[in-house]
Write a protein that binds this ligand. Structure first.
Ligand SMILES: C[S@@+](CC[C@H](N)C(=O)[O-])C[C@H]1O[C@@H](n2cnc3c(N)ncnc32)[C@H](O)[C@@H]1O
Length: 666
């Protein structure tokens, strides 16, 4: 249950056109007067405490927060933290699930051998360095990172709350950049007019990334939209010089007169009113609102975050709209690009994301950049299994007896069958949408008056799962007084189910002192959740292979490009599931070695604290190719199954290749 509620920004801008004004058909969108959102806005942002889980470097104000945008804003507002610049690149309502490619590392004993074989294979005529086989791709599978499948109204309601929450923590002179695309951008612009005011709209930046070809007979969709608003019409930062395009030689040559008073060059120009005016020399020509910046597929691949945006894009935004020392926040931080660039440019940063993979990716990236920061976890009672998308999938397998039920509306996640009561439809809150986590009267009203009347007559009982109940007594009374049906409503606490989600991995290691150093040598590593995942993957691939072999062979169609999972439609990086493993028909099942050490991605040693906040004294990360990254610095050494520490280790943290972490005392 939230500890308390924090008021949002007082109100939306008075007199502003809102989408509701455009109502024409029954399907038209409306939210400002939509009771559900309005009530939630009136109630405030749910506030949960934050637990500090790791600290890197000294006394920094930089934060990485694992949790939802709205919870982070509630916390910041409560603590009086105000930000100077916001960049967000939220889910686009793209209708896709985003996946992370999980690469098995090379088994320490044979890592060098594999590298030698690969070198030989790829240079002896069977392939070349660029076009040859990437052996690591043969040992990769995919894990869901986040789902981006929304009904438009739910998305806009959710976005309205997020924007209002973000506005609550923006300084009066702050700017906000919201990055979207053709899916939903045009609707969100109207929302932003409502939340920030039409007069505070500064630019729509078109990020143009001309690369590759869409596989459709239409114009290639190769741009995103970034809406820039300021909180105030007069007070805002814009560093013209920082982002100006340097003059060409010809342009520069025009400034041929010297102004003694200003100490600057100028030339005579004619303004739109036909008057003669002096044009003074600046750092260059003003930057345009269409930016041609490449996607940078290699940066995305190296960072390992499919929807990562190029540093160059964020660099321009941060340089333009903030000064050194200012606080830059990204409430949908993903790969940590905003935090990384902010740090490079000597700004402070706040990175928020609901997925563990994002927090880890950003953390490792910031460690490599030498940035100090603290990591916090929002204590909202939902122990998420990596991220909400995977927790949702996992939950469905954890609710005993739950099965898909085609006869039910999608509101119900499935049903449990009981010998006496028959089919019992089950409701599970959508963990991707924070608003459904709290079971309150509006939600119960929806269940009773909209969802239950649609159920078949034979249903006698429904099961409603919840994470939090707003007010249990009030809810019980509401159900008693307002349930006109004979249907029984059973409430079940989802947290009890979620507590079972995390099963720790098991590592076998020994520690010795060698000379002045301590060495921890790993003998084996087992991760049941990964093994199960790999078995499922192997089975799926085998079935696909059998299916393919039964189909008549088709000639390749040269005009057909490959569809891509990448949000940016970048076809350099083919993430298509079938193509991941050796172009499908040559599929060989992924096997795990006896030691299982190839399932480890990262090890950190804490020599300071026995429990509580993690303090990494020394750490290694094993990259996709099996090379070791030591304390953020890349090396050309293969991992040998050991980690060295100059001080005596107290505890050790191990992260598996899918991002699950386990901590062991030494
Ligand atoms: C398009 S990605 C952001 C990519 C990022 N700009 C980058 O360059 O790496 C959207 C991110 O929003 C996160 N997310 C989704 N819902 C969220 C929520 N309610 N609060 C915070 N983060 C959320 C997802 O986990 C995902 O990492």
């Amino acid at each position: 249950m939230p500890v308390k509620y924090i008021p949002y920004y007082p109100s939306t801008v008075e007199g502003q056109a809102i989408l509701n004004n455009f109502t024409r058909t029954r399907r038209a969108l409306s939210y400002r007067d939509n009771d559900r959102v309005h009530d939630r806005i009136r109630r405030g942002m749910p506030f949960y405490e934050l637990e500090k889980i790791e600290t890197v470097g000294e006394n920094s104000k930089n934060m990485l927060i694992r949790g939802e945008c709205i919870s982070a804003c509630a916390y910041l507002k409560d603590k009086g933290v105000k930000v100077d610049l916001v960049y967000i690149d939220p889910p686009f309502a793209s209708g896709a699930d985003y996946a992370k490619k999980v690469n098995l590392r090379r088994c320490p004993e044979i890592a060098r051998k594999i590298a030698e074989m690969e070198e030989e294979y790829n240079t002896n005529g069977n392939g070349d360095q660029n076009g040859g086989i990437d052996f690591d791709e043969l040992r990769a599978f995919e894990e869901k990172m986040y789902g981006d499948i929304w009904n438009k109204e739910d998305y806009l309601n959710w976005m309205f709350e997020n924007l209002t929450a973000i506005k609550s923590v923006m300084n009066d002179s702050a700017s906000i950049y919201v990055h979207l695309d053709w899916h939903i951008g045009h609707y969100v612009k109207i929302l932003m007019d409502e939340v920030f005011g039409e007069d505070n709209f500064r630019n729509e930046i078109v990020w143009w990334y001309p690369s590759g070809s869409d596989p459709f007979p239409q114009f290639n969709r190769k741009h995103d939209n970034i809406f820039w608003y300021t909180k105030d019409i007069e007070k805002w930062t814009f560093n013209f010089d920082e982002v100006a395009i340097p003059y060409t030689k010809e342009q520069e040559a025009r400034f041929d007169q010297w102004d003694e008073n200003r100490g600057n060059w100028y030339y005579w120009n004619i303004n739109p009113r036909g008057e003669r005016v002096k044009t003074f020399k600046k750092a260059g020509v003003g930057e345009y609102d269409v930016w041609n910046i490449g996607i940078n597929a290699s940066e995305i691949k190296e960072i390992g975050y499919a929807t990562g945006k190029p540093q160059k894009l964020i660099d321009r935004i941060i340089k333009a709209s903030s000064d050194e020392g200012m606080l830059v926040a990204d409430f949908f931080g993903g790969s940590g690009v905003t935090a990384k660039v902010a740090n490079d440019l000597k700004r402070k940063f706040i990175h928020v994301d609901v997925g563990i993979n994002s927090i880890q990716t950003a953390r490792d990236r910031l460690i490599a950049a030498g940035a100090p920061f603290d990591i916090y976890d929002v204590q909202d009672g939902v122990s998420l299994f990596r991220n909400p998308a995977q927790t949702m999938d996992k939950l469905k397998t954890l609710i005993t007896g739950l099965k898909n039920e085609d006869s039910l509306d999608s509101f119900w996640v499935g049903a449990i069958h009981d010998s006496k009561l028959g089919m019992m439809p089950c409701y599970i809150p959508n963990l991707l949408d924070h608003s459904t986590k709290i079971l309150d009267i509006p939600l119960m009203n929806r269940i009773i008056n909209i969802a239950m009347p649609e159920l078949p007559d034979s249903v006698k009982k429904v099961i409603v799962h919840y994470v939090d109940i707003e007010d249990e007594k009030e809810l019980d009374a509401f159900i008693r007084e307002n349930n006109p049906t004979d249907l029984e409503i059973e409430l079940r606490d989802l947290k009890e189910v979620l507590d079972d989600v995390v099963i720790n991995d098991v590592a076998d290691f020994e520690m010795k002192k060698e000379g002045k150093e301590y060495v921890v040598r790993f003998k084996s590593f087992t991760s049941d959740r990964l093994i199960q995942k790999i078995e499922e993957y192997n089975k799926k691939k085998e079935l696909q292979k059998i299916g393919k072999s039964l189909l008549p062979k088709k000639e390749a169609d040269p005009d057909k490009g490959s569809d891509s999972d990448n949000e940016n439609g970048d076809d350099e990086e083919d993430n298509d599931d079938v193509a991941v493993n050796g172009k499908d028909s040559n599929f060989t099942p992924i096997q795990i070695s006896e030691t299982g050490l190839e399932l480890i991605e990262f090890i950190s040693i804490d020599c300071k604290n026995k429990d509580g906040v993690w303090h990494s004294n020394t750490e290694i990360k094993i990259d996709r190719k099996g090379y070791v990254i030591k304390n953020g610095k890349k090396t050309k050494e293969f991992w040998d199954g050991k980690i060295f520490s100059p001080q005596k280790p107290i505890r050790i943290k191990i992260r598996n290749i899918a991002g699950d972490e386990s901590i062991n005392a030494i």
